[in-house]
Design a protein around this ligand. Structure first.
Ligand SMILES: NC(=O)c1ccc[n+]([C@@H]2O[C@H](COP(=O)([O-])OP(=O)(O)OC[C@H]3O[C@@H](n4cnc5c(N)ncnc54)[C@H](O)[C@@H]3O)[C@@H](O)[C@H]2O)c1
Length: 365
């Protein structure tokens, strides 16, 4: 017998900057040119972000003598799939894109996840930059390097960890966002405050109107705070071995609601139901003090999140939640708040309690 060892210990510096500003899109071509992320750039958009931002950015890049192209996919979650992934890879091949080139995701979380996944796989990986244009993608999906496509009925099942080279957030892009998409992002914003930052929670209690009306200073501070929280969690646990799971607060039951509603609600709308239910579980288990629990309830009410009753069967949600890829051995893992800014991970929540809290939350949230 012969035995050999392949020694591959390596340290890779995958650090990157996140820039949050107003008016940044007008400077993005310059940022991309200066960044030397690739010899050629390929912008990837959906049809909506192509018309809103992609075409202008392409023209700016070409005017700055950067070799650039643009690819677009239909808007909507259904584009985050293997068929569209394959089509994009074929388009890159036709454009003779190589590993020396760079992709630029211009759009919401769907475009970011899809583009990042293509970037991670095409020719075994090329760099990519995130230019997120929905609140949800600005505060969440553009940071952290989780990229994926969906299988039918199995969200994000085919994916990678592939960090972007840079994240360029122009909060002005939110001006065209439909109100429901803004609310979807706000739900994730509230999540960060509950899991990590009591002071930020108080700030959000005061700033609902400012955020809803996209007051520049409030939005920049909010997006930057969320990115900083996410970055500090990802720095400690890039591959979700433990601490990163805290970001799933509200997602255990939120994903089940999303699935049971066949994606008729936005991601954030579903997460808000999941957060409300998780806080109620924590309170019922005497983990979450009453004063904090009431502020949590009131904050969701104030933002109009998870307030409408939903005609769903708690048992169906339980069944979906116990099949989630983040659980082990059929047990449902919950992130539960213990105070504003602190959480605990529990996989021993009694099913009867989950059922009754769910029934209550769905009846009148
Ligand atoms: N990778 C991660 O860590 C992570 C985290 C959270 C969510 N996600 C993923 O993100 C996706 C959801 O992201 P999303 O909510 O941004 O959805 P999305 O990308 O589908 O965008 C929602 C809608 O808004 C439109 N849009 C985008 N920017 C716009 C703008 N500025 N003005 C007007 N319309 C605009 C889009 O065309 C789309 O119709 C899901 O696929 C989810 O799985 C990923």
């Amino acid at each position: 017998m012969q035995s050999l060892r392949v020694s591959l210990r390596k340290e890779v510096d995958a650090s990157y900057d996140i820039v949050v500003d107003s008016g940044l899109l007008g400077r993005t071509a310059g940022e991309l040119a200066r960044g030397r992320f690739g010899k050629r750039l390929v912008l990837v958009c959906d049809e909506t972000t192509r018309a809103l931002f992609g075409e202008t950015l392409l023209a700016d890049l070409r005017a700055a003598d950067v070799q650039a192209d643009l690819l677009s996919v239909p808007a909507g979650e259904q584009s985050k799939c293997l068929a569209v992934f394959e089509r994009l890879c074929g388009d890159l091949r036709d454009l003779r894109i190589s590993r020396k080139d760079c992709l630029v995701a211009v759009g919401g979380g769907m475009v970011g996840d899809l583009t990042g996944f293509v970037a991670g796989c095409y020719m075994r990986g090329l760099p990519f930059v995130q230019v997120p244009t929905t609140l949800l993608s600005q505060v969440d999906s553009s940071v952290g390097g989780k990229v994926a496509v969906n299988l039918p009925g199995a969200k994000n099942y085919i994916g990678l960890f592939h960090q972007p080279k840079k994240v360029l957030v122009d909060v002005d892009t939110l001006a065209s966002l439909p109100p429901r998409e803004l609310d979807s992002g706000l739900a994730e914003v509230l999540k960060y405050a509950v899991i990590a930052d009591a002071e930020f929670f108080s700030y959000l209690e005061d700033k609902r109107d400012a955020l809803r009306s996209l007051e520049r200073e409030a939005v920049i501070r909010t997006v930057a705070t969320c990115c900083a929280i996410k970055a500090s969690i990802v720095e400690r646990d890039e591959r979700e071995a433990g601490p990163r799971m805290v970001l799933n607060y509200g997602h255990t039951l939120g994903h089940a609601v999303e699935d049971a509603m066949h994606y008729a609600l936005t991601h954030g709308e579903c997460v808000a139901y999941g957060m409300r239910a998780a806080a109620r579980l924590a309170n019922a288990m005497n983990l979450f003090p009453a004063a904090d629990y009431h502020r949590h309830e009131q904050l969701l009410d104030r933002y109009g999140l998870a307030v409408a009753p939903l005609d769903l069967d708690p048992d169906e949600l339980l069944r979906i939640a116990s099949g989630d890829k983040k659980n082990s051995g059929g047990r449902i893992t919950f992130i539960l708040p213990t105070s504003l800014g602190q959480t605990t991970r529990r996989d021993d929540v009694p099913q009867d309690l989950v059922r009754s809290v769910l029934a209550d939350t769905l009846r009148r949230a």
